[in-house]
Design a protein around this ligand. Structure first.
Ligand code: SDX
Length: 434
């Protein structure tokens, strides 16, 4: 990646009568940054930013989010235009390469991914070591981390050819590994990928086909899931992507980095929110119980939060939630479940929350996870597979951000500092003197 940092003036910090100047870089889009890399050397002090609410960890050209205006761009293209007009592999190409494919690009990329969709036969043995009721995210962390034990020819991160093969392998094998985790939980046999199907139809068939009867692909449902995958592909420096970047900054192989990303995504405050949001809607159950849960969400003494609501960056409607809600209605209409009770609860909960002073003042809006659970369950996936599907899609963003980090001339091992408020130096006291 070529660095495009453009200096635009400076900022001054004054402390104890001494002034220190730091360069300002102008962003292409969004907030400018203060370059404080020399702050500690010049002032002997650190910045303090738990949760990195005001910290840019890197320069990136992949995804731009404007939280106040509810804008999300993948390489400059608005997410709703990509969701409505593109497909998974074309958007994956865009995120990886920086532009939409032209001419033979698309077929070459599709062929490169298709040729890597199968997994080593011995990888299947990992599954039999898990309990059948293991959470599929636990299986994903374990199996994906173990890929490094099978693909020694694509773990040297200094070799661009090996990085490219690892990138193709990760994108290609995630649906196969995810479908195997689902099949294992059902006691059904694993289903091989097929080279004649598109990415998302292939995944749905690996999940829902059985030995005695193939799966008839419904193009409306497959296209809806493809759209959902596009929405989940990347999202700037979120917790799991930052985890992948930090793991990769030490030179760890890409399979281990993606496994670290899966682990971080699992949390209910992050990718686990789609599973938590559906569980919440089921707990609410009926429209008349909504006020009770709204009050709990507002009660400082109650740890309950409205899952699928709120966002670190979006202080407006998450543009993905708008597309997701449309996909939800498309799927429910196609399946003839217009009166899905949970959808009624979700829509009424959204209406009430968006009129409530607390949510308005704190700028809490539905995020991508609010409608995804209802949609994924209607597509036939069990609740504990929702975050797995998020991980399948986000693997494209993780690997694109990992590649950008490796190629970034400013990249170095990530090693934050701290403010220490623990015990001062003291001498050891033997047991009989304590
Ligand atoms: C994803 O980062 C990404 O980009 C993530 C993601 C991606 O694509 O990678 O977009 C995917 O993770 C979406 C978010 C999914 N998580 C949830 O839906 C879980 C519920 N949401 C919250 O946990 C929360 O909103 C977060 C974690 C998403 C954001 O938390 P922040 O930015 O740390 O905000 P905060 O916790 O400081 O909240 C600000 C205030 C707080 O009140 P005060 O302390 O100021 O009084 O808003 C309140 C919070 O208590 N608040 C909520 C709330 N979310 C925030 N109150 C009730 N219900 C909620 N959902």
């Amino acid at each position: 990646m070529k660095s495009d940092l453009k200096e635009s003036g400076s900022v001054t910090i004054t402390r104890n009568g001494e002034s220190f100047d730091f360069p300002v870089y102008k962003a292409g889009e969004g907030p400018d940054v203060f370059d404080i890399r020399k702050l500690y050397a010049m002032t002997g002090a650190f910045t303090f930013d738990p949760g990195f609410t005001s910290t840019a960890s890197c320069e990136s050209k992949i995804t731009f989010i404007d939280g106040d205006r509810g804008i999300l761009l993948y390489r400059g293209y608005p997410i709703d235009q990509l969701a409505d007009n593109s497909d998974f592999l074309e958007v994956a190409y865009l995120l990886l390469k920086g532009d939409l494919p032209q001419g033979k690009d698309r077929e070459d990329f599709r062929s490169a991914i298709t040729r890597h969709t199968m997994v080593h036969e011995q990888l299947k043995m990992f599954y039999s070591g898990f309990r059948r009721d293991a959470h599929p995210m636990a299986i994903m962390v374990g199996v994906v981390g173990a890929l490094a034990a099978f693909y020694h020819d694509s773990t040297d991160i200094t070799d661009p050819k090996q990085r490219l093969i690892a990138t193709h392998r990760m994108i290609a094998k995630m649906p196969t590994i995810a479908a195997m985790a689902y099949k294992y939980s059902t006691g059904q046999a694993f289903v091989f990928p097929r080279n004649d199907l598109d990415y998302t139809s292939n995944f749905m068939r690996m999940c829902f086909a059985v030995g005695a009867e193939d799966y008839v692909i419904n193009p409306v449902l497959s296209s809806a899931l493809d759209k959902i995958f596009i929405l989940h592909m990347d999202h700037e420096q979120n917790a799991s992507t930052s985890t992948v970047r930090l793991a990769g900054s030490s030179g760890a192989n890409p399979f281990a980095c993606i496994a670290a990303g899966i682990a971080s995504l699992w949390g209910p405050a992050h990718g686990g929110a789609n599973e938590a949001a559906l569980n919440m809607l089921e707990e609410i159950g009926t429209v008349d119980r909504i006020p009770e849960f709204i009050n709990r969400a507002k009660d400082k003494n109650d740890p309950f939060r409205l899952m699928g609501f709120g966002h670190r960056v979006y202080k407006n409607y998450d543009p993905r939630a708008t597309v997701m809600r449309k996909a939800c209605h498309e799927v429910l209409d196609e399946l003839g479940i217009k009166d899905e009770p949970l959808l009624q609860v979700a829509m009424e909960l959204e209406r009430i929350a968006l009129e409530d002073e607390y949510f308005i003042e704190k700028k809490l809006y539905p995020n991508i996870d609010f409608y995804s659970g209802i949609t994924l369950r209607a597509l036939g996936f069990p609740t504990d597979m929702f975050t797995v599907l998020f991980a399948v899609a986000r693997t494209v963003g993780w690997i694109a951000q990992w590649s950008e980090m490796i190629e970034d001339p400013l990249q170095k091992i990530g090693r934050p500092r701290q403010i220490y408020t623990g015990a001062p130096k003291r001498d050891y006291v033997s047991t009989d003197e304590r």
